[in-house]
Design a protein around this ligand. Structure first.
Ligand SMILES: Nc1ncnc2c1ncn2[C@@H]1O[C@H](COP(=O)(O)OP(=O)(O)O)[C@@H](O)[C@H]1O
Ligand SMILES: [Mg+2]
Length: 256
């Protein structure tokens, strides 16, 4: 007996004019997996995440979340079904403090209309938002404008906002991008500790092979819109095609 995958894509395709950003993508992810996605810039990683989270309609194909089709559903509906995401560039409300960003995310998760911040500031919501910030170790930044906090903190706040909807699956698009190399492992340590505690299934895009290998049980390698390898890190990273087309084609790592 095989369990229904938490997320499945079948023959997923997407083109932008002549550019094929997704070609016949068949992926099945099971609850509890931690999956890394690698691939050089333009390989189709973000396109895949955008399609499965409802931000981009596929040209053709099917997407199932816990066995239910989510094609045509709005991002908010998909979030409420239990799939949350973060963005390559953190999508935060620049005029607001860290805490207020969390409160807005919480209101959206609760499907309350975040029209007046004042009405969002209930003791219960504040306590929940503070607990989430504390879990990620960023509670000290609570009252700072989100634009004033360090990049790594901003990334964590963005992920905390995605997690406050209590998703069963989290998709993180380059959670360590723009973060100094020495902060990448601590950042991922925090993220992985929290998601493990919550039992969340995770898929994340990462260019640094050392980081991917440290945290995931499975890697999907994208190239020109196709998944060219899918399996345990040791196998995928030693795959001749992956070595030729993917590894070493990401952003350069600064020599330390
Ligand atoms: N909105 C868009 N309009 C036109 N082309 C796009 C759009 N989004 C992505 N693309 C193209 O699709 C391909 C895959 O992009 P993307 O999924 O962002 O790659 P990755 O995240 O792996 O760097 C690229 O060639 C990119 O230029
Ligand atoms: Mg991308």
């Amino acid at each position: 007996m095989t369990a229904t995958p938490i997320l499945e894509s079948r023959l997923l395709n997407r083109s932008f004019g002549a550019v094929v950003a997704a070609k016949d993508i068949n992926i099945a992810i099971h609850a509890g997996e931690v999956v890394g996605v690698i691939g050089s810039n333009g390989a189709g990683k973000t396109t895949f995440i955008n399609m499965v989270t409802g931000y981009l309609p596929p040209s053709s194909g099917e997407i199932l979340f816990n066995g239910t089709s989510i094609l045509g559903k709005a991002p908010r509906q998909i979030t409420r079904m239990g799939m949350s995401r973060s963005f390559q560039v953190a999508q935060l409300f620049p005029g607001l403090t860290v805490l207020d960003n969390m409160l807005v995310a919480l209101a959206v998760a609760e499907s309350a209309r975040p029209s007046f911040l004042r009405s969002l500031r209930t003791d219960e919501r504040i306590a929940k938002a503070e607990a989430a910030l504390a879990e990620f170790g960023v509670l000290a930044f609570r009252d700072q404008p989100v634009t004033a906090v360090p990049q790594g903190t901003r990334k964590l706040v963005d992920i905390a906002m995605a997690l406050i909807a209590s998703p069963s699956m989290l998709l993180l698009d380059e959670p360590t991008s723009g973060v100094a190399i020495e902060e990448k492992f601590p950042l991922m340590d925090s993220v992985m500790a929290v998601v493990r505690r919550h039992g969340v299934t995770v898929l994340f895009v990462e260019h640094d092979m050392e980081i991917v290998s440290r945290y995931v049980s499975r890697i999907l390698a994208f190239y020109a819109g196709e998944v060219i390898a899918d399996g345990p890190p040791a196998r995928v990273l030693n795959d001749p095609k992956v070595r030729e087309l993917v590894v070493g084609h990401g952003p350069r790592r600064k020599a330390s």
